[in-house]
Design a protein around this ligand. Structure first.
Ligand SMILES: Nc1ncnc2c1ncn2[C@@H]1O[C@H](COP(=O)(O)OP(=O)(O)OP(=O)(O)O)[C@@H](O)[C@H]1O
Ligand SMILES: [Mg+2]
Length: 296
């Protein structure tokens, strides 16, 4: 693996507001190798999307910067495709045309018409959306729109795939299918991935490293957890695996003990509740997913 393929160094950002400027991120340093799969995890509002947008070139850091393969990132580019937290399809284009737009941008002059069609259909099949090629975004469900957004990004074969809670809005079966597809694609193509997630199991299953962020304002990287699990990874086998469960406990401990949800802290302070570490032995279904409602 090439060290320092993607180098995020000294990144901080301040947003202007009506009152004092709001400092969202501070002193973020992360070196990512080519082909590495990184998950970003942290409570709602800590600055995960902001950091991803800086890497995408959509937002400018106030301090520090991002270097990809020796070149400074200062604008968006097809080498860094983004799956947004909320889908971002062109509403006047069909499912097929939305993917086609991206494919044309990247493969113009490299693939002929037939090859482009085959490639677009291949990527839509991957996310099980081949049945809806002629539909407009308004005619499909939210989860389906998200799947088209994922197909569009995969079809661009970007050097770096930036995914903001890509599977958050999907049902459990589709989510599992897409997680497995993403692992297969990444093993084959070797793209570098940064994915934001609130799902602890998802982070452990997919990642080489999990980057855990502290609560904002002035959020930064709290801990980086290396996931020492062999690939290919099998979700069923790992469910019983001691290493897997140890890693997941480490993430839960960071989120619920070391970086307690700021909203919970505020509520507890208002109620005069004594500060103590929360029990980590809550039922798995509720603890596993740091849901938006809980985190917001
Ligand atoms: N353009 C902006 N102007 C002012 N404040 C902003 C702006 N964009 C983001 N923020 C603030 O920066 C902080 C980080 O926001 P961000 O969207 O990055 O959080 P997040 O970690 O992605 O949250 P979530 O998990 O809910 O998606 C928040 O407090 C947010 O209100
Ligand atoms: Mg976000």
């Amino acid at each position: 693996m090439q060290e320092n393929y993607l180098d995020i160094s000294g990144v901080g950002i301040e947003f202007p507001t009506d009152e004092a400027p709001f400092r969202a991120l501070q002193d973020i340093n992360l070196k990512i190798s080519r082909g590495e799969f990184i998950s970003l995890i942290g409570h709602s509002g800590c600055g995960k999307s902001t950091l991803l947008n800086i890497v995408a070139g959509l937002e400018n850091a106030t301090e520090g910067g991002v270097i990809l393969e020796g070149k400074e990132v200062d604008e968006p580019g097809p080498d860094r495709a983004v799956v947004f937290q909320h889908h971002a399809l062109m509403p006047w284009l069909t499912v097929y045309e939305n993917v086609e737009l991206a494919v044309r941008q990247v493969f113009k002059g490299k693939k002929n018409r037939a090859e482009m069609r085959e490639w677009i259909e291949h990527n839509l099949r991957l996310v099980h959306m081949e049945h809806a090629v002629g539909k407009l975004p308004a005619e499909i469900s939210g989860g389906m729109k998200q799947r088209v957004g994922i197909a569009r990004c995969l079809a661009m074969q970007p050097k770096v795939l930036l995914m903001d809670e890509p599977f958050g809005a999907l049902d459990a079966l589709t989510r599992a299918h897409l997680q497995d597809s993403l692992m297969d694609i990444q093993a084959e193509v070797g793209n570098t991935v940064i994915m934001i997630t609130h799902d602890v199991d998802e982070a452990v299953l997919l990642s080489d490293r999990i980057v855990m962020m502290t609560n904002g304002p002035a959020a930064t990287i709290g801990e980086v957890l290396k996931i020492e699990l062999e690939r290919p990874r099998d979700r069923l086998a790992l469910a019983e695996d001691a290493g897997f469960n140890h890693h997941r406990q480490q993430v839960l401990n960071f989120l619920y003990a070391k970086q307690k949800n700021p909203e919970t802290l505020k509520q507890e302070a208002a109620l005069g509740v004594a500060q103590e570490s929360p029990a980590l032995a809550t039922p798995r279904a509720t603890e596993n997913k740091l849901s938006s409602e809980q985190a917001a």
